[in-house]
Design a protein around this ligand. Structure first.
Ligand code: PHE
Length: 354
């Protein structure tokens, strides 16, 4: 019995002064291992008489358990101390750092910047206008009066306002309607710019436009346009054609065939539709160009006299061309994307390909 108690006292001392897991392991072997001191006592019980067997056996088992517990506790303490030492260690500044994931520009933004860059090199300034626009700038000033059937082409989202306080274009002939809507095109920027700047002028106005319509592979309720406007004393459709050809050549980095067809817009006279040879199939016909070989890329025309008047300029003095080009269409052509909706979904599986 006395022996056992001494073993216990010694073992406890050693456990408390153990400094690492190696020492703990050795202490475990020394007392509780196969030939450990406590183990040996337990093994010798069978040679004792019943009485002693019971009392010594009980004590030996108790000591075994206590020592096991103490060893476990000490192990944890040492672990914590080792952990503490670790954080005190010096930082290795030469160790390669973690790479932080970085984002990148949306394909439309990339194309927008490229378009801006090209037109700047052609002498155009880049300007902007508001996405929430008044009825006056979006329609009336562009020669699209209320109730004119042309408004059907630009069905949009109107903003809820207190109707009684807001002038609309039906109320009085000479008032400018302040009713608000999400602009259906970037053409209002033409008026806003000409009100404040005298010709000669050359601008582009890239930005978002909205339409109230059903979506499909080539239609979205919002999309990106870039408006173009060039005004001077003698500007003709030949200037428009030259600028467009030069732009497409610089944008696609090869000469691109264009086609100009007659069309109608209330704010240009004459009006055109500009098509480019489909770059996906080279003009043979494919799903992107609906088998036609040509792709409608912009609306354009010579600025209507009424538009000059709305902006306070004399139409007898100035001439100009304007165009509205689909930035999403350009993006789709450049990257061969077949569905416009992909551009606005925010799906990373798609976006991370650019
Ligand atoms: N604003 C027209 C559209 O939304 C495009 C256009 C712009 C046409 C300028 C002619 C001149 O379709």
């Amino acid at each position: 019995m006395e022996d056992l108690k001494n073993i216990k006292i010694l073992a406890e001392k050693e456990i408390n002064s153990a400094r690492n897991s190696e020492e703990i392991k050795q202490i475990f072997q020394k007392y509780l291992g196969k030939n450990g001191e406590v183990t040996r006592v337990l093994r010798s019980l069978k040679n004792l008489d019943e009485n002693k067997k019971r009392s010594i056996g009980k004590l030996a088992n108790q000591i075994k358990q206590e020592l096991e517990q103490k060893i476990e506790i000490r192990k944890k303490e040492i672990g914590a101390e080792i952990g503490k030492n670790k954080t005190n260690k010096k930082i290795d500044v030469s160790f390669p750092g973690h790479k932080l994931p970085t984002g990148h520009l949306h394909p439309i933004t990339k194309v927008k910047r490229e378009v801006e860059d090209i037109f700047e090199r052609l002498g155009f300034s880049v300007v902007e206008g508001p996405e929430v626009e008044s009825e006056w700038y979006n329609f009336d000033a562009l020669n699209i009066p209320a109730n004119h059937p042309a408004r059907d082409m630009w069905d949009t989202f109107w903003l809820r306002q207190n109707e009684s306080k807001v002038q609309n274009s039906k109320s009085k002939a000479n008032t400018k309607s302040q009713r608000l809507l999400l602009r259906t095109h970037t053409s209002p920027v033409q008026i806003r710019y000409m009100e404040k700047n005298n010709p000669p002028l050359r601008i582009i106005a890239p930005g978002r436009a909205f339409r109230y319509e059903a979506t499909d592979a080539s239609h979205e309720i919002n999309f990106y346009h870039v408006e173009g406007l060039m005004v001077d004393k003698e500007i003709s459709a030949a200037n428009l054609k030259a600028i467009m050809e030069k732009f497409f050549e610089m944008f696609f980095k090869k000469s691109v065939k264009i086609r100009i067809r007659p069309s109608f817009f209330p704010f240009t006279e004459p009006s055109f539709e500009i098509d480019i040879r489909c770059l996906v199939c080279g003009g043979k016909g494919c799903s992107v160009c609906s088998q036609g070989g040509w792709l409608e890329i912009a609306g354009a025309g010579m600025v209507h006299p009424q538009v000059f008047k709305s902006a306070g300029l004399n139409p007898k003095e100035w001439q100009g061309f304007a165009f509205g080009m689909g930035l999403d269409r350009l993006t789709m052509m450049k990257y061969k994307i077949k569905d416009i909706r992909l551009l606005f979904k925010g799906d990373l599986r798609f976006l991370e390909q650019f």
